[in-house]
Write a new protein. Structure first.
Length: 385
């Protein structure tokens, strides 16, 4: 495989770089504190020695990340399931494009689910706005992440996007690594998942041929991620009210940390990952001579439909829809006990919102919309079949 230096600033570390990065992490007091929090009761020297024994990023993930993430799944979910049977060629490297629910766990759970099937983990696209400490940036690159640069000027953004696209094509075609990327920048706060055309435009900057050929070479696999409960739902509802009430409101770094911690250690109920077939056959059917903007919009719509069709719907999705509409249209999809449990859950989440001028009806509606939207989108997508 040809080694290129073009991607050194953003790519995951290679095996030759790991020993030096391990030593830098081990010497960092902030990393030491993070390890003491994440792996309590284990001497740091034991962790350091185990790190040093990992010769590749995959070995590191098997030794640390997988154990940590399965621990999260055992303690904070009611089960983690995965169906990727729609991908008939299991030997291909895929670009998993998914809806985005959790900052860390969407890609993390996918990786351990793939490991559980005897496959390799994915390389992960992660925004540098989340890499608030030097040790975090190093750790995610050890953990097979590549960096999406944010907050750039328009010209810098174009250059950065083109380089990242070239890297993703390189990872798929040369490194034979699968990739995970969210369908949009940031999470859909109301769970109304939509693929941003800008993500597809970035993907099509690299590769060769026309837009369709470039996207086909990435082996795009739409991935639906379904959490029964979103532990960050109350934080998202709070943000909705703050944005409504305070002009120009923006989350702080502390808010991002709170979201990450809550997403990791909050209760998620059942969690399911479902892949659609590789998009290549559907891409072949599109008219590549269309104007670019129209073509990208069509492709986004195809991806959205695949994601919607493969949601795993839970009783709470149906209850939320009925509570919003004031009807009992989906009463056959849940029991009285399940309805009571979901309403109690919503009441408890509302209690967690700490605002001086708390608008309960508004906040409750926002929470219910988060759970109703996957059902609404699923119904529309399946009616179109």
């Amino acid at each position: 495989m040809e080694i290129t230096t073009e991607f050194d600033e953003i790519r995951p570390y290679n095996s030759e770089e790991l020993p030096q990065i391990y030593e830098e992490l081990i010497a960092d007091p902030a990393f030491q504190n993070a390890i003491a929090y994440a792996i309590p009761g284990v001497p740091f020297e034991a962790v350091a020695n185990k790190m040093r024994s990992c010769k590749t990023s995959l070995e590191f993930q098997k030794a640390f990340s997988a154990e940590f993430l399965w621990g999260i799944a055992r303690k904070h979910t009611d089960g983690l399931t995965f169906d990727n049977s729609a991908l008939t060629n299991q030997n291909l490297s895929y670009t998993y494009i998914s809806n985005h629910r959790d900052i860390i766990l969407d890609s993390g759970f996918l990786s351990i689910l793939l490991l559980d099937q005897g496959k390799s983990t994915v390389e992960i696209a992660i925004g540098d706005n989340l890499l608030i400490y030097p040790w975090i940036k190093k750790l995610v690159r050890v953990n097979k992440s590549f960096i999406v640069q944010r907050g750039l000027s328009m010209r810098q953004m174009l250059e950065s996007s083109a380089r990242m696209s070239r890297y993703m094509h390189y990872a798929i075609s040369e490194k034979k690594e699968s990739i995970w990327i969210a369908q949009r920048e940031g999470r859909a706060k109301d769970s109304n998942d939509r693929t941003q055309d800008s993500v597809l435009k970035m993907l099509a900057m690299g590769g060769e041929g026309d837009i369709i050929e470039r996207l086909k070479s990435l082996n795009i696999a739409p991935l639906s991620i379904s959490y029964e409960y979103d532990p960050c739902d109350y934080l998202k509802a709070k943000e909705f009210q703050l944005k409504r009430d305070i002009e120009g409101y923006k989350k702080s770094t502390q808010d991002d940390l709170k979201n990450m911690e809550t997403g990791l250690f909050g209760f998620k109920g059942k969690v399911h990952f479902q892949t659609a077939p590789c998009l290549n056959e559907k891409l072949k059917q599109l008219d590549s001579s269309l104007p670019k903007c129209e073509l990208f919009t069509q492709i986004s719509t195809v991806i959205d439909k695949e994601i919607y069709r493969n949601y795993k719907l839970y009783p709470g999705n149906y209850v939320a829809h009925d509570l919003l509409s004031g009807e009992n249209k989906f009463a056959d999809q849940y029991t009285t006990e399940e309805k009571n449990r979901f309403e109690e859950y919503i009441a408890n989440q509302l209690e967690k919102i700490d605002l001086p001028n708390k608008d309960i009806p508004y906040l409750k509606e926002k929470l219910l919309i988060m759970y109703a939207n996957p059902l609404i989108n699923s119904l529309v997508a399946n009616q179109c079949d």
